[in-house]
Design a protein around this ligand. Structure first.
Ligand code: NOJ
Length: 747
């Protein structure tokens, strides 16, 4: 009797307008929480995986559906598809209070349509295109019943050994923050609750990308100043863009696991920053505090995580097993537990799930979005913009750069290498494969055949595998090269060589591939090398001996089309590296914005009693921000509106940039700042702004930047963010090695 009365009350409270807002939601949550038992509250904090697509080690309990029916599960990950999500939601609707489930998924770079790896997209420096890629991913995922993506990963990383660099925006805090904002806006669209949007998740909070030795899940230890200056800003940017959730990281930081870190989660994120959304643990990271030796057992881990501010437990089963008891005994406060429940319920209300728990699981919408042509067009657009042209010299004694291949459109082309006909690899790590991938994903081979109209001009040899020592395919590859006018090699990593748990101590091009390139060069034919990878690789011989090198990362569904657009000059490449490429692993960590030292080096030959290696030049193989075009850009003199400014004034910086070549092209004009003398040691230069401009041959544009006190500020010893008066250098150019310089004073 009492139950049916409560039910009625609940129905009255929830039957508001379709998407209740602000106060209405808070009132509805108050009413609902008054009805909830402790067990049901704890249930909301429990997230489990479906078994059909696990993304981590599974703890099987075999009775998941019963738990849902009992109102003891708040969220599922790894359930997708309108029908599947609907049928699980139907079970949740059998629970006493009918609280809907949240369906979460790693929608990292596309869902049905796969976009380039996030690191590749970062190379486009095109915030609009990056936002659009996330927008489309959200539309496709939302139609399959997904409410929540575990993206964007906004971890800064300066270590290409770390396999997860493929999932982020690279090494730079400023670029990473801009991209974090764009991705959150893309995923969340106009508003959470729209059925074409998903909740985003800024992950992994924090310093996961600084894992020692680049080894995934490893420890991190760093100064607070570095944490504030380098690692936190992209998270802050995501929050300012309205990100609905944060995920904590696996690592400990300065001795405290991120999942149990009260200072980071409760004080900084929820307190100082006022983050109103959900904090979810990473997979099993609550329980892993026992392995860290930070919690005595699973119960202690549950207690520490909740107190620290972790609202939802992904797959540790720690909250569901122990929070009732802990709360009952007063070992965790009801107020903290209620706050976590409230944050989760709030998102369910904002998503409109109380009004219609099935509103995302719409089979008709899912079907209609399945073959949306404009999504493929957008994927091709950002794929070509993500490609980085690393080298483009004239072959042999010739004068003209090898690319684009306009002169070879009617000639014989040898396509050589283990990745020429790859299909699934193009999707990269953290992607979905679909039954029609073999037709939908455009391989390099298919892109070429379509571009040329047939395979008549093409010769093909695999040459070797990606890994291993077998060279028996070299002879046939040589034969194919001999029959052709040009050789295009497609080599690199396989897609699963970069990603979670894919750290590598050796990031040289794997297997016999470099040897295969040498064989091709030895034929005397002009050689173009395409390198696909999820991270910066080391390939010095190729870099020094092959006339044309194109870094293609993994570009997604439209890979082959995008690569041909660039090779044949339909699109003039404009990508710029979002990470420094080392000469060898021994240079790692390597990043352009390192601190000034007491013994700086002047050039690559300068290694005596300065900060340098005896056996390696100081410079990287390719610097951050680097990338060529088929045309050339000339930078004029920097002009400033004043030689000195007060902190409340703006500095207006302009520079003329001219396209001096013969192709129309885009250039990413980058502005770097150096604080010459300060109360703390400062980086040799830091990216503070960029503009991507398009210029026709002969055209000049005045590029303008406005700098404010914020740009000159940095985290002081006491972690306040302030600018100091003094002298600054400013550099503008097409990479972090920019030489055009101006000096000014902040008064
Ligand atoms: C572990 C990964 O670290 C995280 O990024 C991902 O979202 C979860 N697994 C769920 O798959």
């Amino acid at each position: 009797m009492r139950h049916s009365f409560l039910f009625l009350l609940a129905i009255i409270v929830f039957s508001g307008n379709i998407l209740a807002q602000g106060n209405d939601i808070d009132k509805s949550i108050d009413s609902l929480m008054r009805l909830m038992t402790l067990e049901e509250k704890v249930g909301q904090l429990h997230q489990i995986t479906s078994d059909f697509a696990a993304t981590g080690p599974i703890t099987k309990d075999g009775e998941k559906q019963d738990r849902v029916r009992q109102g003891r599960v708040g969220s599922y990950l790894n359930v997708t598809g309108a029908d599947r999500t609907r049928s699980l939601q139907e079970i949740a609707m059998q629970s006493r209070l009918k609280i809907p489930l949240l369906f979460a998924q790693d929608v990292i770079h596309g869902f049905r349509t796969i976009f380039p790896l996030p690191l590749a997209e970062a190379a486009s420096w095109d915030l609009g295109a990056i936002e659009l890629s996330a927008r489309i991913a959200a539309k496709e995922a939302a139609a399959a019943g997904i409410h929540w993506t575990f993206a964007p990963m906004v971890d800064i990383s300066r270590d290409p050994r770390w396999g997860r660099v493929m999932e982020g925006a690279g090494e730079d805090t400023y670029l990473g923050s801009q991209i974090a904002r764009a991705r959150v806006k893309g995923f969340q669209g106009k508003a959470i609750g729209d059925t074409d949007a998903v909740m985003a998740c800024a992950k992994h909070f924090i310093a996961y990308g600084a894992a020692e030795g680049g080894r995934d899940y490893n420890t991190t230890d760093m100064s607070w100043r570095r944490l504030y200056e380098v690692y936190l800003p992209p998270f802050k940017a995501a929050m300012e863009a309205g990100v609905a959730s944060f995920m904590n990281s696996f690592n400990d930081i300065n001795g405290i696991p991120a999942t149990g870190n009260s200072y980071l989660l409760r004080k900084l994120l929820k307190g100082d920053w006022g983050f109103p959304g959900i904090v979810v643990s990473d997979w099993g990271s609550v329980g892993e505090m026992v392995n860290h030796g930070y919690a005595a057992d699973l119960k202690d881990a549950a207690k520490k995580a909740l107190i620290a501010g972790c609202d939802m437990d992904m797959e540790s089963r720690a909250y569901t097993a122990h929070l009732e008891d802990l709360a009952g005994k007063g070992e965790v406060s009801m107020q903290m537990l209620d706050d976590a429940v409230r944050r989760i319920l709030k998102k369910k209300f904002e998503l409109g799930l109380f009004q219609d728990p099935y509103r995302f699981s719409n089979a008709a919408r899912e079907k209609s979005i399945w073959n949306e042509q404009s999504h493929l067009e957008a994927a091709r657009d950002i794929a070509k913009k993500s490609i980085v042209l690393l080298k483009n010299d004239a072959p042999g004694k010739g004068k003209n750069p090898l690319l684009p291949l306009s002169n070879y459109a009617n000639k014989k082309i040898a396509l050589i290498g283990p990745l020429v006909k790859a299909i699934g690899d193009n999707n990269g790590f953290w992607s979905y494969s679909w039954p029609d991938d073999s037709i939908r994903v455009v391989s390099l081979w298919r892109g070429m055949v379509e571009y040329l109209g047939s395979a008549n001009q093409l010769r093909y040899a695999k040459g070797c595998e990606i890994t291993g020592t077998d060279t028996s395919g070299f002879a046939y590859a040589r034969k194919m090269a001999a029959q052709s006018d040009i050789v295009i090699l497609s080599i690199g990593e396989s897609a699963v060589m970069s990603g979670e748990a894919k750290s590598r101590s050796n990031i040289h091009l794997p297997g016999m591939q470099e040897q295969l390139v040498k064989e091709m060069v030895a034929t005397g034919k002009p050689v173009v090398v395409l390198i696909s990878a999820g991270r910066p690789l080391v390939f010095n011989w190729i870099a020094d001996n092959v006339p044309a090198i194109v870094y293609t990362w993994w570009l997604g569904t439209e890979a082959g089309h995008a690569i041909c657009d660039v090779l044949f000059g339909k699109y003039n490449p404009s990508g710029k590296l979002p990470m420094t490429f080392p000469r060898t692993e021994g240079q790692i960590p390597i990043y352009y914005n390192h601190f000034s030292t007491g013994r700086p080096f002047k050039n690559d030959n300068d290694n005596n009693y300065v900060t340098a290696y005896k056996d390696l030049p100081n410079s990287p193989k390719y610097p951050f921000g680097y990338g060529l075009s088929f045309t050339q850009f000339a930078y004029g003199k920097i002009r400033l509106n004043a030689d000195s400014i007060n902190p409340d004034q703006q500095l207006r910086v302009t520079i003329p940039v001219t396209n001096t070549g013969s192709y129309s092209g885009e250039e990413v004009v980058q502005l770097y700042l150096q604080d010459i003398t300060a109360s703390l040691v400062r980086p040799v230069r830091e990216l503070k702004a960029f503009r991507k401009i398009k210029l026709s041959p002969g055209e000049t544009k005045e590029v303008e930047f406005i700098l404010t006190a914020n740009d000159f500020s940095f985290y002081q010893e006491d972690l306040s963010f302030k600018a100091e008066s003094g002298k600054f250098n400013l550099f503008i150019g097409g990479s972090s090695a920019a030489t055009e310089k101006a000096t000014f004073f902040l008064r």
